[in-house]
Design a protein around this ligand. Structure first.
Ligand code: DUC
Ligand code: ZN
Ligand code: ZN
Length: 494
């Protein structure tokens, strides 16, 4: 009789710190044994000559978000999770929305039910845009108790931005109830001022999106977000660090012993202003925030991955099709300065929905540009794509590792496979990829989610609804340091 439900046989197993040859035996969706010459499984995956790495965790992606006007993002949980799995990501964390002027309960009704269509495992960060007492005192504590153990705040975007006073209240609430706070760091007023002046000067092209938000607006807000978190003694993660100026702020915070972590995304490691400066409005495909930087900046961001300043690489998948939403001024909520339209009918740079698809390409692009090109080791790749996300967001032990008792989320990589990135072969709902035509070396050939073969050779087998919600309990990373200015712990006074 077979001892295991599934055996992944003969691969090179990579974790955050180890690389060794082994078979992996799986029972009931969990890793049961790791060793040589394991007994037969009811099913077997031949991994000879291949790498076996933990399933990716994409701890920052926007899926099927709903706007107060009734619009819903085109990337559904069914399509977005198919794309995730095909690209080697077995778990993701997306966002529960809050609409300004509404409680959490009133915002995006039915969103958590929609998420049940996911084929990958999933969890949520709760966005806070309107920290009214009902929200901070009642709804957030209840949500944290249910396992939504991270909050997301934006320091810019018209419908999302928090003032510093509001941000402090969110930090203090997270401190009291035990949650991570994640922050989009850009200076709202500085960007609004630059947008106004650029539009007044008649400069409306997608490239001017980057001119409206240069690195210093990100550096300033990153500094402020960290300083205010220090004042409250609340751990934070700085989302999507795009440049050395902001990364330097994270590095200085870490050097001072603060509980601050940094995230970046493949777009900041591979794309630049050139992608914003394309004919036929093509630069709109590359409009995201923070904006892409000048050529050469990417290598500085890679250097901050290598020195450990940046802990995680996520997709910030936020897809708007080029044929439709990218041409629809102000349609997303991710914009600033009004729904300005140009004479040719296209949105001015400020009104192009901010965001790009990336949940399916995150790992292949990063593997190819990172591991295959010799910038990072296989272990570093595992750390920044799954292990660190598990540690920082309360999934350690269960996800992001290959160890007995962990969920059997495994990806078999062919490190020699050469392929072009082509949207025609992808599973996302969005009609383009910013990496179209990129030659990559290394591709995930089999994705296993909790012991089930979810994708084989680019064919998605996992059904909608087969993913599970991942509640996250209290964990050490989110505990405060115990150090506050003058010994006066303002967050404990309610
Ligand atoms: N940045 C984007 O480009 N899109 C969605 C949200 C964000 O912060
Ligand atoms: Zn953001
Ligand atoms: Zn985002």
């Amino acid at each position: 009789m077979a001892e295991f439900d599934l055996v992944v046989r003969g691969g090179t197993v990579g974790t955050a710190y180890d690389l060794f040859e082994a078979d992996i035996g799986i029972v009931d969706g969990k890793i049961d044994a790791i060793g040589r010459n394991l007994a037969r499984g009811k099913e077997e995956v031949d991994a000879k000559g291949k790498l076996v790495l933990p399933g990716g965790i994409d701890s920052h992606c926007h899926i099927e978000e709903m706007s107060p006007g009734g619009g819903v993002q085109e990337e559904s949980f069914a399509s977005g999770s198919a794309a995730a799995l095909a690209g080697g990501t077995t778990s993701f964390i997306c966002f529960l929305q809050q609409w300004k002027g509404h409680t959490l309960t009133e915002s995006a009704p039915g969103y958590a039910e929609r998420a049940r269509q996911s084929r990958a495992d999933y969890s949520f960060h709760q966005i806070i845009t309107d920290p009214m007492p009902e929200v901070l005192e009642k709804e957030v504590p209840a949500l944290i108790a249910k396992g939504v153990r991270s909050l997301k705040v934006f320091l810019t975007y018209d419908p999302l931005q928090l003032t510093d006073a509001q941000y402090l209240e969110v930090l203090a609430t997270a401190r009291r109830h035990g949650a991570m706070v994640t922050v989009h760091c850009e200076n709202f007023d500085a960007i609004s001022w630059r947008i106004e002046k650029l539009l007044a000067a008649g400069l409306t092209d997608p490239l001017q999106h980057a001119w409206a938000r240069p690195p210093l607006v990100e550096r300033e807000a990153t500094h402020r977000a960290i300083a205010l978190a220090e004042l409250v003694d609340q751990p934070i993660q700085v989302f999507h660090v795009s440049c050395e100026e902001a990364a330097g702020e994270v590095a200085r915070a870490k050097a001072r012993g603060l509980k601050v972590w940094g995230e970046t995304c493949p777009q900041y490691l591979t794309l630049s202003h050139e992608d914003l400066d394309q004919p036929d409005f093509g630069g709109a495909k590359a409009v995201c925030s923070p904006a892409l930087r000048e050529k050469g900046e990417s290598e500085r961001v890679w250097a901050r991955i290598k020195d450990g300043t940046l802990d995680i690489v996520t997709s910030d998948h936020c897809g708007f099709s080029f044929a439709t939403a990218k041409r629809n001024p102000g349609s997303s909520g991710y914009g600033q300065g009004g729904a300005v339209q140009r004479a040719d009918g296209m949105p001015a740079f400020n009104a192009i929905p901010n965001g790009m698809p990336g949940i399916e390409t995150r790992l292949p692009v990063l593997f190819s540009e990172g591991v295959s090109k010799g910038r990072i080791s296989i272990n570093a790749f595992v750390r920044i794509t799954s292990a660190n996300a598990a540690r920082l967001f309360g999934l350690q032990g269960r996800k992001g590792t290959i160890a007995p008792g962990a969920d059997a989320d495994l990806v078999v990589w062919d490190p020699q496979m050469e392929r072009k990135v082509e949207v025609a072969r992808m599973h996302q709902a969005i009609d383009y990829t910013p990496w179209e035509g990129l030659d990559v070396k290394g591709w995930p050939v089999v994705t296993i989610r909790r012991g089930e073969i979810a994708v084989r050779d680019n064919e998605v087998i996992a059904a909608p609804g087969s993913g599970s919600f991942l509640p996250r309990g209290p964990y050490d990373v989110i505990k405060p340091t115990g150090t506050v200015p003058d010994g006066f712990d303002a967050a404990s006074v309610t």
